[in-house]
Write a protein that binds this ligand. Structure first.
Ligand code: WTA
Length: 636
């Protein structure tokens, strides 16, 4: 029996037990047998959740790109590594073989070096889903530069905050991007952001839409001419297992995003291991994850996990609705996709359209379907199972986070029986705990509580860039000696987990993790706004949508409400991006507050969700009368 590849449920339980009995031995076997190390580790694991400090494979030396590219050249040089499908079906797909990927990554790495980028420098990548995105990520990893990919739907303000937080020396972007029938002026957004960033010395610009853009003399460089001149050999930097690999920002409960830092060795081992098992990938198969590389799902399961396994990973530039709602299924048929991994929000959006869009295509290549990012509701699960998988392709509902680096809870397809809405069982090495509000672990089955992890796993984020204290406070202070996820969960009679959603001030909208605090900060900057509170409420397609309760200043009271609503959403678009726009805005005379002045979001959440039968005791509020007023004027 191989620890690396789980084939049935019995094996899963055996391997799981082994992994928890002796995690160090388990992970060292996996790491030793399936990866290329320049030097072996001195110690498998060192940890202390009080500090908190976690080190995996300390003393080991490696380069993750040697594992993702070089070592496959001999046996898989001609195999397609990245299969790129453009926004517009009229444009040709690109098949980038492992050999070509090797050359393109090396060239890019040499360009980075020629612009003064060294090991440990931070490079911000703000690109659409074009091959250069994956290649630039790998080029950074090749030379030990720390990449910080910012999703190319974020606004210039959000971008500049992230560039400054990590003091990035370089930005990699493009002249623009295609998104369905629209184009977006990415370079313009970068220029605006850089007015506020002094740390950036150079900008590399890939050509994608051939638009006429401004190039700042001395700072901005077209990428292609530099690549053309660059050598296609670049020795990989030999990294320590615990050296940083990348920073990826995620929302938190304060205005500043958290730059989660991931390191080389453990991240590689865990993402590769989970990719192999959760998608049961076999050579010759084509795997497709529809996420953007700007999110953790794209980092771990478009780039690193699949490539470390020598897989063919499909990368799609466009959107599910362009040129029509059959685009996903057309691609599945065209490239004979075997594993398909997407978000519940995409499934719900497509399920609203005619079944014709699905039925027109031959989807018989599909063997495994996956979902990620938010709980999947039963209806969407059945639609996916019946119409896409035709009941033949098991659905893996994968639970994890930017912070966890890799999938933590998921069925193993063809091994774990699936149940709609259940993420089911923890991966080997993942030791979960449900906690009650008093901080005690809830043992046994048929229980619910706050979801924690009580033992380190290799791909956990090691810190928040530049703010270790915040890392400790956010994840390790709620429950002593445990990593707290921020999610609630229940465990059923057989030990399956079902995620019930966030228990903190993060709302998941269309699978995007949005903190309410940064949105409130953006709104409060509007001159007519005195104070605001944002909560999520259930939405048919997005899972959750945002509801804003806003108190106006006197200057705002006389203004036209419809205009104000538009301006407020504009303000949010500029500060964060269109994904954070509010669906409903209610102007209120006050917000329910505790006597210490804390906004009672629990009450607002119930009002926004039309669930006001049990508001709890509101008499202890500073201003209980405001609750009735808000309810009376609620927007439908
Ligand atoms: C939520 C995405 C239910 C959860 C990889 C988590 C899920 C947050 C699932 C992390 C799932 C993710 N079922 N909820 N299968 N997957 N979530 O950092 O609330 O963007 O804490 O990482 O998404 O979002 P993030």
């Amino acid at each position: 029996m191989s620890n690396y590849h789980i084939k049935n449920l019995e094996e899963y339980y055996q391997i799981y037990r082994k992994s928890t009995r002796d995690p160090e031995n388990f992970w060292s076997e996996v790491a030793e047998e399936h990866f290329l190390w320049r030097r072996k580790w001195d110690q498998v694991l060192q940890w202390d959740f009080e500090k908190p400090e976690v080190k995996w494979f300390e003393g080991a030396k490696l380069n993750i790109t040697e594992n993702c590219i070089d070592r496959h050249l001999l046996t898989k040089g001609d195999k397609t590594a990245i299969l790129w499908e453009p926004n517009d079906p009229a444009e040709d797909a690109q098949h980038i073989s492992y050999q070509e990927l090797y050359q393109r990554v090396n060239r890019f790495a040499n360009v980075l070096k020629s612009k003064g980028i060294k090991m440990g420098d931070r490079v911000c990548i703000y690109l659409p889903m074009i091959p250069e995105l994956a290649i630039s990520v790998l080029a950074c990893a090749r030379i030990g530069a720390i990449h910080s990919v910012v999703f190319a739907g974020f606004s210039s303000t959000a971008l500049s905050t992230r560039i400054n937080d990590a003091s990035c020396k370089m930005v990699i972007t493009s002249d623009g991007s295609y998104r369905g029938s629209k184009t977006i002026d990415l370079k313009g957004i970068v220029d605006e952001a850089l007015e506020k960033c002094e740390c950036v010395e150079s900008v590399l610009v890939a050509k994608r839409i051939n638009s006429d853009i401004d190039m700042k003399e001395g700072r901005d460089h077209w990428l292609q001419p530099l690549l053309d001149k660059a050598d296609d050999q670049c020795q990989p930097e030999v990294m320590d297992a615990e050296d940083p690999l990348f920073i990826l920002y995620t929302s938190g409960s304060t205005g500043t995003p958290k730059g989660m830092l991931h390191t080389c060795g453990g991240y590689m081992v865990y993402t590769a291991y989970t990719f192999k098992n959760i998608f049961q990938y076999k050579d010759q198969e084509v795997y497709w994850c529809t996420a953007d590389i700007g999110w953790i799902t794209g980092h771990s399961y478009i780039v690193y996990g699949p490539l470390a396994n020598g897989a063919t990973t499909l990368m799609f530039e466009g959107v599910p609705s362009y040129p029509d709602f059959g685009r996903f299924w057309e691609i599945v048929e065209k490239h004979k996709v075997n594993q398909f991994y997407t978000a519940p929000t995409a499934i719900r959006a497509l399920a609203k359209e005619k079944l014709d869009y699905v039925n027109k295509y031959d989807l018989s290549s599909l063997k495994v379907l996956g979902t990620v990012g938010e709980p999947i509701n039963e209806e969407a699960w059945h639609w996916y199972n019946d119409n896409v998988g035709k009941g033949q392709a098991p659905i893996v509902d994968t639970w994890w986070q930017t912070e966890t680096g890799g999938i933590m809870i998921s069925p193993i397809p063809y091994a774990t029986p699936t149940i709609p809405t259940y993420a089911t069982l923890p991966l080997p090495g993942v030791q979960l705990a449900l906690m009650d509000e008093k901080g005690e672990e809830i043992k046994g089955n048929l229980v619910s509580g706050r979801l924690c992890v009580k033992f380190p796993w290799p791909s956990m984020a090691r810190t928040i860039w530049g703010n270790h204290e915040r890392y400790r406070d956010t994840y390790f202070s709620a429950f002593k000696g445990k990593y707290f996820t921020g999610d609630g969960a229940m465990r059923d009679a057989v030990g399956y987990y079902r995620i019930t959603g966030r228990v903190d001030d993060v709302v998941i909208v269309s699978g995007h993790n949005l903190g309410t605090a940064p949105i409130e900060d953006a709104i409060n900057e509007h001159p007519a706004v005195a104070e605001s509170a944002i909560v999520g409420f259930p939405h048919e397609v997005k899972g959750n949508a945002l509801y804003g309760f806003i108190i106006l200043k006197e200057v705002g009271e006389t203004r036209d409400r419809a205009n104000l609503r538009k301006e407020i959403n504009q303000q949010i678009t500029e500060h964060i991006g269109p994904i954070a726009k509010l669906d409903k805005i209610q102007f209120v005379p006050g917000l329910p507050k505790t006597r210490s002045g804390k906004i009672m979001r629990r009450i607002l959440r119930k009002i926004a969700s039309d669930d006001t039968s049990n508001l709890g005791d509101i008499s202890t509020l500073l201003n209980p009368e405001v609750v009735r007023q808000i309810m009376d004027e609620k927007i439908d």
